[in-house]
Design a protein around this ligand. Structure first.
Ligand SMILES: NC(=O)C1=CN([C@@H]2O[C@H](COP(=O)(O)OP(=O)(O)OC[C@H]3O[C@@H](n4cnc5c(N)ncnc54)[C@H](OP(=O)(O)O)[C@@H]3O)[C@@H](O)[C@H]2O)C=CC1
Ligand SMILES: O=C(CO)COP(=O)(O)O
Length: 317
């Protein structure tokens, strides 16, 4: 349990989409002063950053680097804690958001916030839990203290990469789960899909330097369950639409907000190719997103894979 006092802080939230807004509401409820910034409002970063002891980024991955470029001229104090809540991978560098933030601000503590946190449920004051992870235990505990509330339980861990990859990779699996439900393949198929999704995520995560155990926590298994079983998830909605034989363009024109899994699938396929990692579910999702196969062909391909031992993945082979 954190030993940090819950003193009111001034906190900048970058990104006023649904997640940034929900995080801002949680912080305001805890009596913190929240200063919002987005590329489309009139408040400038210069007005809010010098006053803020914590910066929370809830910007889609495509805007992370450009926002960092704007912040770099502002000379952050080394005490300023950067919290990243983005669940994506940079398409050019394949880096995670926390890696991009840490590279840009090497002297600042960076904390990853990730968990089963569908923003619409949090906005409705339903109970939820999340994880804050950092190489700096003090920074993670500070963020735990500022966010913790009666209806928002916050855990800490020291595997920011694993925490971030859990929340990021499950978006690919949520697309697959949406396809599975949209095709009405049944509960057995859904259970098999999600159970095989977890070792696929672990396989990628451990290759990239994350700890396997992190994927059994809130940001891995927890977020996999939440997102793959909820029509509130935008990634799930993408998969559901694909199962109805809609084009990606049609699906995106009706979608509220960002479905990071589309970009993440492409980036993961690049990583998997470079590092020779088997990612059978992500591979089928990628072909589906590109319109190269039908949902039926994706199911057939997964069912027809070479027979193997169940736990082969977890020993790192
Ligand atoms: N919604 C949820 O339940 C959760 C979402 N997340 C993650 O949080 C991130 C944001 O998601 P969410 O709020 O739902 O998405 P939204 O689409 O609602 O909001 C995206 C935000 O990113 C900003 N943005 C997009 N592109 C750029 C850019 N090029 N430069 C600057 N800002 C940009 C948008 O600004 P503008 O408004 O000006 O377009 C907006 O503030 C995603 O990575 C998502 O995976 C994590 C946990 C829960
Ligand atoms: O990450 C989320 C919940 O934890 C939100 O999922 P979507 O981005 O698919 O809506």
């Amino acid at each position: 349990m954190a030993n940090v006092e819950k003193q009111p802080s001034i906190i900048a939230i970058l990104g006023t989409g649904v997640w940034g807004s929900a995080l801002g509401k949680l912080l305001s409820n805890n009596q913190h002063q929240v200063l919002f910034w987005s590329r489309s409002n009139s408040t400038t970063l210069t007005e809010i950053i010098p006053h803020s002891s914590v910066i929370v980024s809830a910007i889609s991955i495509k805007g992370v680097q450009s926002t960092i470029n704007k912040l770099k001229n502002l000379n952050l104090t080394p005490e300023t804690i950067i919290v990243t809540a983005t669940k994506g991978l940079d398409p050019d560098t394949t880096k995670t958001p926390s890696q991009i933030w840490q590279q840009a601000f090497p002297h600042n503590p960076v904390v990853v916030l990730s968990g089963p946190n569908l923003s619409k449920e949090i906005d409705r004051d339903l109970p939820a839990a999340t994880t804050v992870a950092s190489n700096s235990v003090v920074a993670a505990e500070t963020i735990q203290a500022i966010f913790s509330a009666d209806l928002f339980r916050v855990y800490v861990n020291q595997d920011p990469l694993g925490t971030e990859l859990g929340g990021t990779l499950k978006n690919i699996m949520a697309i697959a789960a949406g396809v599975c439900d949209g095709m009405k393949l049944g509960t057995n198929a859904k259970a098999a899909l999600l159970t095989r999704a977890l070792p696929e995520m672990i396989q990628v995560g451990t290759h990239l330097g994350a700890k396997a155990e992190t994927f059994f926590g809130l940001s891995g298994l927890g977020d996999l369950i939440a997102t793959c079983d909820s029509p509130l998830s935008r990634n799930y909605q993408v998969g559901y639409g694909l199962a109805q034989r809609k084009t990606l363009e049609e699906i995106l024109s009706d979608l509220e907000g960002t479905a990071e899994g589309i970009n993440t699938t492409q980036v993961l396929i690049k990583i998997a190719h470079q590092k020779q990692i088997a990612v059978p579910i992500a591979h089928q999702v990628n072909l589906l997103l590109k319109g190269k196969i039908t949902p039926q062909q994706a199911v057939k391909a997964l069912m027809a894979r070479e027979l193997k031992a169940e736990f082969h993945h977890l020993d790192g082979k």
